[in-house]
Design a protein around this ligand. Sequence first.
Ligand SMILES: [Zn+2]
Length: 699
Amino acid sequence: MLDKHQGARLANLWDDGKAAGMTEPEKLLYRSNLLGSDKRITNYGGGNTSAKVMEKDPLTGEMVEVLWVKGSGGDVGTIKMDGFSTLYMDKLRALKGIYRGVEFEDEMVGYLPHCTFNLNPRAASIDTPLHAYVPKPHVDHMHPDAIIAIAASKNSRELTSKIFGDEIGWLPWKRPGYELGLWLEKFCQENPDARGVVLESHGLFTWGDTAKEAYETTIEIINRAIAWFETENTGPAFGGRSKPVLAAADRAAIAKKLMPVIRGLISAGESKVGHFDDSQAVLDFVTSTSLEPLAALGTSCPDHFLRTKIRPLVVDFDPAQPDVGNTLAGLPEAIATYRADYAAYYERCKRADSPAMRDPNAVVYLVPGVGMITFAKDKATARISAEFYVNAINVMRGASGVSTYVGLPEQEAFDIEYWLLEEAKLQRMPKPKSLAGRIALVTGGAGGIGKATANRLMQEGACVVLADIDETALEAAQTELSTRYGKDFVRSVNMNVTSEAAVESGFGNALLAFGGLDILVSNAGLATSAAVEDTTLALWTKNMDILATGYFLVSREAFRIFRSQKAGGNVVFVASKNGLAASPGASAYCTAKAAEIHLARCLALEGASAQIRVNVVNPDAVLRGSKIWTGEWKEQRAAAYKMDVDELEAHYRERSMLKLSVFPEDIAEAIYFLASDMSAKSTGNIVNVDAGNAQSFTR
Ligand SMILES: [Zn+2]
């Protein structure tokens, strides 16, 4: 029995009405987006589509045949028109004349730009010859779980012919490239009636005379595979369950403990961001008898292991007798062993011209009874790696249910992982931003300074958790920032910083979202004013609760995470000029702010030996976007200075030495400096951002 994900049939989503007015390239785009919208058809970024179209040559005005094919990078589900490369078919055919044989096939990639039609800047992908040489106008190449399950079975050729007869052919494993393009052409010439071909350990090629026919053939063939598995693969998944599944809350609790420790152990080279997945497909696998042997075989489809490394690390954890302390204690050795195994694999398989060994840490961590943790250089990559491993799990489930699952031979896997063409792609990637892979939590994150800070940190590539008690503002801030930087980079938690339980659970959610923490910006605040004889105990306590106790509670939680990660840490307090300079009629506020600043000094002292830095930014009179500066406080201040509230900004500007207004962005800039490696040698400092105020000069 397959899980519900694989069991359901794919729907035919082609709409003749929609397609009616489309040009051929538009139909290609339409078909690509339809196919890529379902992960069962192809994984993220996997597979490609093409159409051979007659177009007017801009140079000669004559009609010429042009190959439209998904370009390098990109994803068929989200591709737009500019994601396709366009090449002259006659030039692509002419390349056969200069092909020197399989040992030189990589050099053919260098000729593809010479075939570009209409100066299209989109680089042609390595798969271009596979589409060019199939003598059909419309070609789909997909990585469907159900087909790869056949392709990764020991007897995949036999299974292919059993399920599809002569309609679908079979070709043995061959790394995608020029030679495979020629193989496909030969196959089509020898089997003119075939509708497609299964590529061993890889995926599916299908074709048609029209865009619609190609699409419908792809859907039909995958559905036939799904249906076949439904009738044939009727035993328990992965040979049956041998370990219990923990309850959802317990799974999350274990993941929160494991993630920062793993992260600390693997982030020496580059900071990494985590992702946790305990979906049913994953749980079926991590509780099965076949977990260890199947995981050891490695993934099959080249796309899968490029994202997930050749194999995952199975964490030593027994859900029947959960003892996370033991597991945590064993992690350093388990991770060191994985790294040593990876280095040995590199040494065994490397060639004279292989690129240097890359990060030897595992990407995928399988935790029996709990789920799957993935780590990568950013959240999107970690999430997508998890999606790929779910594809790999589906493949292993299918293949092991009807046959024997086989991973790709080690040398073939290595040759793809360290392919010079892949290396060139990596070298072309832009340099990472200064906070790439860093994780920050900002309290008061939905307010003026908090949101500006989150924005500044995200500009530099950080992932940010916004913590606030204002649910509406929190939602708006998350929407705004995720629209600007992408959903993967921002999460929000409702957090009352004066509640021990709320702080613990808020940080726990942050851990589950991103796997760790590097930066705490403690910014949640309030401001009150009253003469001392009018200051009620409640008002005094409220200031102390939020500004002193609240800062203590969030710092304590951050310190606990920093110490479990063993990778340093960074705390920035947003205090106030009034923490240094007394101000009339605000004793509760000023005293609590002074406590805050002194807490920062104590923490700087205590954290230094663990490379935890603690610094303070002192703003003054940041009115814009501030929730503190709305309502009472603003009116009280205006009354104290005997002026209209509208005159306050000008008043503060004139009061400053530099005669400048201070904005949330100015504070955010100072926070970014203290939170980044630019200030790596500063701790226990105070940076005033107040346009100059002699009273608050530090001494
Ligand atoms: Zn492929």
